[in-house]
Write a protein that binds this ligand. Structure first.
Ligand code: GYE
Length: 307
């Protein structure tokens, strides 16, 4: 007599995996491409994705993570809007034995057992690459080079690190001077607004704009044009991300260079989630590989861009 038991208890291997993901918001082209990548790859991997949009507020991310804990999801992943203030909620996840993966941005916690893995770009290196391009581009120039900087979201890993990497390269070169530096919160609207203020205060003194992302650079380009100047010529413009909008601006001669930062983290995240559920150990740090695209390469690269 054969006894066949078909019930929930026997289905362990095929158990549906649930992933709770707290996204920052939709502040930039980068972010919407990142969300799309996560949604599409969860679908392809057969993972049940619970996605929550925090509208750029840390308190909303904390609420979302608490709700994922209450729902007993298998894995929690999130892109932390700022670096600090995560200990209490991460401890709650750890006590509930739910592993946490950080995607895109890092946290600043003393206890690094509160998260299992961090996957994303090296933002300090991106800042260095931006500055190295500028140093090379202006190597025959004798005059001082006055820079204005549009920073990303205050307290966020990419804003802190992109500033740090850039400064590291120019700090022993007295020719380069950062005249003004202010946050544009990674958005086009804020980038435009702050650039208007920079132009009002500094007028024709500005030689270079360094924007921590493409969206702020694109907003600033509008402000520069409205002030009667030529973006990409009167003011050299450097930004980060390499989204399609940046390639369009480069092909129009208005943006000089973009440093790549890939938002396509979805496939990597889903395989990490599967590995975790299967009991495998993840590397603590998974770094994304990226390049730099000057204006001269834009037309050739544009058709190959996936975001
Ligand atoms: O550069 C910016 C976005 O965290 C790397 O966030 C990401 C940054 C990206 O809003 O466009």
């Amino acid at each position: 007599l054969a006894l066949i038991v078909v019930g929930p208890g026997c289905q362990k291997e095929n158990k549906q995996i649930t992933l709770g993901f707290s996204q920052i918001g939709a502040e930039s082209e980068w972010r919407t491409a990142n969300t799309k990548s996560i949604e599409e790859s969860a679908k392809a991997a057969g993972i049940d994705l619970k996605l929550s949009d925090a509208q750029q507020k840390q308190e909303n991310q904390i609420k979302a993570i608490r709700s994922f804990i209450a729902q007993k999801v298998d894995v929690i992943a999130f892109s932390p809007v700022v670096e600090t203030g995560w200990e209490p909620v991460l401890r709650e996840a750890k006590e509930a034995k739910i592993p946490v993966i950080l995607t895109d941005r890092a946290v600043d916690t003393k206890d690094d057992t509160l998260w299992v893995s961090f996957m994303g770009s090296d933002f300090v290196e991106e800042g260095r690459r931006a500055a190295k391009w500028l140093v090379e581009k202006t190597k025959d120039q004798k005059d001082p080079i006055n820079i204005v900087e549009l920073q990303g979201t205050v307290g966020s890993a990419p804003a802190i690190d992109r500033k740090k990497g850039f400064e590291e390269i120019i700090k022993d070169k007295p020719q380069f001077k950062i005249l003004r530096s202010q946050t544009g919160d990674f958005t086009r609207a804020k980038g435009k607004e702050v650039m208007e203020a920079f132009l009002k205060a500094e007028g024709k003194n500005i030689n270079v704009l360094y924007a921590h992302n493409d969206d702020m650079a694109i907003g600033a380009i509008q402000a520069i044009e409205e002030a009667g100047l030529k973006p990409g010529k009167d003011i050299l413009i450097i930004s980060i991300d390499a989204v399609k909008g940046a390639f369009e601006a480069m092909m129009a001669g208005k943006l000089n260079v973009t440093v790549e930062c890939s938002p396509l983290l979805g496939p990597q995240l889903m395989s990490a989630v599967k590995d975790l559920v299967a009991g495998k150990q993840l590397p603590k740090r998974i770094v994304t590989e990226e390049g730099v695209f000057p204006m001269e390469t834009a037309a050739q690269e544009f058709p190959k861009r996936k975001y």
